[in-house]
Write a protein that binds this ligand. Structure first.
Ligand code: G6P
Ligand code: MN
Length: 431
């Protein structure tokens, strides 16, 4: 089986390869193709992969290429994990927003819109190529903003593109641990958009254990989301929000914390890529994970939150379920159909989905919390305006996307960002 990773020079690629090496399935990936625009980054990552595979006889072969057509032709699976504009672009997205006095974050608020405007045209081009060169392939989209990018690609690939994120499964794991139950035994009643969802129930053998957890402050504040939102607020909500909801519920604090994540990662990774080795990759990765979302909290993140079950596990579980027609339920970014009444049927939503050889289909879940309906429909409108602007180059659509985002509090600020952002297309600037 052949897998191609777009963005193959990316820092997290060794995590995927490590998961592939641990895979003992009969029809596992035998050929891995890494595609990237940047040949030096490919060389750096290929070196780390070779070191990871050094004592393993049947390790998947590694091919690197900067030719997208060659990478895609006849592949079975595509992991799309690109970062258009690189970490430099992320740092600029975050900085421009923060300098304008609004949230400076990779995927949420102005940063996410700018990132989407840059990424959607590239993602669409990839989708069009896959449709021609590998019409049977499944695309697993990691590229952020993942919901928006998956929706843009789905116009060309239908249900052959599926978006993934590690945050809902991470939340489920932490809740399971706090309750002392096996995460594999639990049914997560989770719904929303990517980075904008709520855990509305946590069922084990048909019993919802979430009310019990929410009424136990000590237990609740023993894990990340409990600390982040506080027991009182979670009690009021009656649900556990995805950690990214922190930016909506605690906007003022998040804005005050400033925007330095992109800049930090940029410098951190520059060091790694200038002198790559397995050892420095491992060190850099641990440091990255320990500082994840550091601006949202005073202490260090729990070490048990850091490892295992991240993107690579979700992606591999999804790939196996499709390749082996093995029924599995995973929280994925898929077309709504009639799952959530708040959004239309083609909207990409993030919900538990049943996966088999035919792809992924959402299963029925609780509806959004009442106060979340407005937020989700507004954000879906913002996503679609961003896609429309990215594809057409329309300034007015881009302006609406920024100005209608709930975390951008004035049309003036939206206009300023559009004009000041050095990485946005000139089409969007005032003439
Ligand atoms: C989580 C999210 C990703 C996001 C990443 C940022 O894994 O699900 O969508 O890109 O965090 O982490 P970073 O270390 O890059 O700040
Ligand atoms: Mn994510």
């Amino acid at each position: 089986m052949r897998l191609v990773i777009l963005g193959g020079g990316g820092f997290r690629v060794p995590l995927v390869y490590r998961a592939l090496l641990a895979d003992r399935e009969p029809s596992r990936v035998t050929e891995l193709v890494l595609y990237d625009l940047d040949a030096a980054r490919l060389t750096a990552i290929a070196r780390v992969l070779q070191d990871l595979a050094s004592n393993i006889l049947d390790a998947p072969s590694i091919m690197v290429t900067t030719d997208l057509d060659e990478a895609l032709r006849d592949t079975d699976f595509v992991f799309s994990a690109i970062r258009v504009g690189g970490l430099d672009g992320r740092a600029v997205d975050e900085r421009v927003a923060a300098d304008a006095g609004v949230l400076g974050q990779e995927t949420v608020g102005a940063g996410g819109i700018a990132y989407g405007l840059r990424t959607v045209p590239v993602a669409v081009e990839i989708a069009q190529k896959v449709a021609v060169l590998a019409p049977e392939a499944w695309v697993i989209n990691f590229t952020n903003p993942a919901g928006m990018v998956t929706e843009a690609m789905s116009s060309f690939l239908g249900n052959r593109v599926i978006g993934i994120c590690d945050s809902p499964v991470g939340l489920g794991r932490r809740v399971a641990r706090a309750l002392g139950v096996d995460p594999g035994e639990a049914w997560l009643d989770y719904a929303g958009l990517n980075h904008l969802g709520w855990l509305n129930g946590f069922r084990v053998e048909g019993v919802d254990l979430l009310p019990r957890l929410i009424s136990d402050s000590a237990r609740l504040e023993s894990f990340e989301e409990g600390k982040l939102f506080g027991a009182e607020w979670l009690g009021a909500l009656g649900a556990i929000p995805n950690e990214y909801l922190h930016y909506y519920y605690f906007t003022r604090e998040a804005v005050a914390a400033g925007a330095s994540r992109g800049e930090f990662l940029l410098h951190q990774q520059e060091k790694f890529y200038s002198d790559p080795s397995l050892e420095s990759w491992e060190r850099t990765r641990l440091e990255r994970e320990a500082t994840y979302m550091a601006e949202t909290r005073d202490d260090e993140r729990d070490t048990c939150d850091l490892d295992g079950g991240g993107y690579e596990q979700v992606a591999l579980a999804l790939m196996h379920a499709i390749a082996h027609d093995r029924q599995t339920t995973l929280i994925l970014n898929v077309p709504n159909g009639s799952t959530l009444s708040a959004v239309d049927s083609t909207a990409i939503i993030e919900v538990p989905s049943l996966v088999n050889a035919n792809g992924a289909r959402p299963v029925s879940v609780s509806q959004l919390p009442e106060h979340g309906v407005g937020l989700v429909t507004t954000l879906k409108t913002v996503e679609r305006l961003t896609i429309e602007a990215a594809v057409s180059g329309s300034r007015s659509h881009a302006l609406k996307a920024f100005a209608l985002h709930p975390l951008i509090d004035s049309v003036t600020v939206a206009r300023h960002i559009l004009d000041a952002h050095p990485y946005l297309s000139g089409d969007f600037r005032a003439r």
